[in-house]
Design a protein around this ligand. Structure first.
Ligand SMILES: *Cc1c(COP(=O)(O)O)cnc(C)c1O
Length: 244
């Protein structure tokens, strides 16, 4: 073909190939686990330009993850016409709650009472202003066994209290649990522990079925242990700039 079509844009073609590979891995791991409920793919686009999000949306991606409020707000504003859902996956300061609720469908990094309070107040104001639906909240759990090496998240023992607080706050929906496998640890062991924590949560909160787990390196292990939401960045977008 000599004509320039969207398919001939080399970056779109590259993203399309990598997306197809990741979708294939997901399909194979889902089948191997004997599951009939494929997890939802969230493409984590932090550090990559808004134009890549537009390309991925054209390729059929509907869910995007970001980990910094300023970058996410800017991208959401630039892409306001796109029918996509934004997932906030990074550590979140309470003072950013007001801006996050303007664009986020879900926050995957809810890990302390103060943040739940801030999100609840921000949602009350935002629902008044825009009439938006509730905010999906995943309780981020730390799976680090060694003290002092954590990547964010509540202690597993704190999950019940945070869950009750989330259920009581208006505008917030308790979606489930989230975790990042600790660096250098066996992801299977980490995700098995997360599955146990999820089961404990569901005993008291049957609708909190979400398990946000699995990144480029460990999505197969996460699927085996029941992930409902995968957060995949580098295997689709390529490596991120080392310094920023
Ligand atoms: C960056 C990030 C991801 C994506 O990780 P990749 O290894 O690039 O797939 C997933 N979850 C969180 C919380 C992240 O910050």
């Amino acid at each position: 073909m000599s004509e320039m079509t969207p398919e001939t844009d080399p970056r779109t073609a590259q993203l399309g190939r990598r997306l197809a590979e990741v979708r294939q891995r997901i399909a194979e791991a889902t089948a191997a686990a004997g599951r009939t409920d494929p997890p939802r793919l969230i493409v984590v686009t932090k550090f990559h330009p808004a134009e890549d999000i537009r390309r991925l949306a054209e390729l059929g991606v509907s869910d995007f993850g970001e980990n910094r409020d300023q970058e996410a707000s800017e991208k959401a504003a630039l892409l306001a016409g796109l029918d996509v859902r934004w997932h906030f996956v990074g550590q979140l300061q309470s003072k950013k709650a007001k801006t996050v609720v303007r664009y986020a469908h879900a926050v995957h990094s809810v890990d302390r009472p103060q943040l739940i309070g801030a999100l609840g107040r921000a949602m009350a104001a935002e629902q008044e202003r825009s009439g938006r639906g509730s905010l999906d909240c995943f309780i981020q759990v730390s799976l680090d066994e060694a003290a002092g090496s954590h990547r964010g998240g509540a202690a597993p023992d704190d999950v019940p209290v945070l869950a009750d607080q989330l259920e009581e706050a208006g505008g917030l929906r308790l979606a489930g649990v989230m975790a990042v496998a600790p660096l250098g640890a066996d992801p299977e062991r980490a995700f098995a522990k997360l599955a146990d924590i999820s089961a404990g949560l569901r005993a008291g909160h049957p609708s909190a079925v979400g398990v946000s787990a699995g990144m480029s390196q460990d999505l197969e292990a996460a699927i085996r242990f029941g992930a409902t939401h995968l957060r995949i960045g580098s295997d689709i977008l390529g490596s991120r700039p080392a310094v920023r």
